[in-house]
Design a protein around this ligand. Structure first.
Ligand SMILES: Nc1nc2c([nH]c(=O)n2[C@H]2C[C@H](O)[C@@H](COP(=O)(O)OP(=O)(O)OP(=O)(O)O)O2)c(=O)[nH]1
Length: 108
């Protein structure tokens, strides 16, 4: 909520004893009502927002399986091409994740 006007990747905190893979599928289902499958992982990145505990983002590239996008917690969700993705106002911690993702899927 402290990042409520920023774009972020869908996700959330690990709930032990689930695996990271189970976590991302659960969170996407809870937040967006979508079923996804994991295609691959990306490097983890740690970040500390001022006055907050350090977080570690554990990113996965996923593909859509089924469901109709229904926002449960967020103000907005959308699909973007790579150029538009880079222009969004992102949560600071996500910038290295975005960079890894774009590097992997675009030639530039
Ligand atoms: N989910 C998600 N969280 C992010 C991203 N970037 C980023 O800085 N964050 C921060 C915001 C939060 O401090 C933390 C994840 O919290 P969250 O609120 O999404 O987790 P959650 O769904 O399990 O929520 P909660 O009820 O346990 O608080 O990571 C991102 O791309 N996705």
């Amino acid at each position: 909520m402290h990042l409520s006007s920023k774009w972020e990747f869908p996700g959330g905190k690990l709930e032990e004893p689930e695996t990271e893979e189970e976590c991302i599928k659960r969170e996407i289902n809870e937040e967006l009502s979508l079923e996804v499958q994991i295609e691959r992982s990306l490097p983890n990145h740690r970040y500390q927002y001022p006055g907050k505990r350090e977080i570690e983002l554990v990113p996965f590239v996923c593909s859509y399986i089924s469901g109709e996008l229904l926002l449960q917690e967020h103000q907005a969700a959308d699909w973007f091409d790579f150029e538009s993705l880079k222009k969004l106002d992102w949560a600071e911690a996500d910038l290295p994740v975005l960079e890894d993702f774009c590097k992997l899927y675009t030639k530039a």
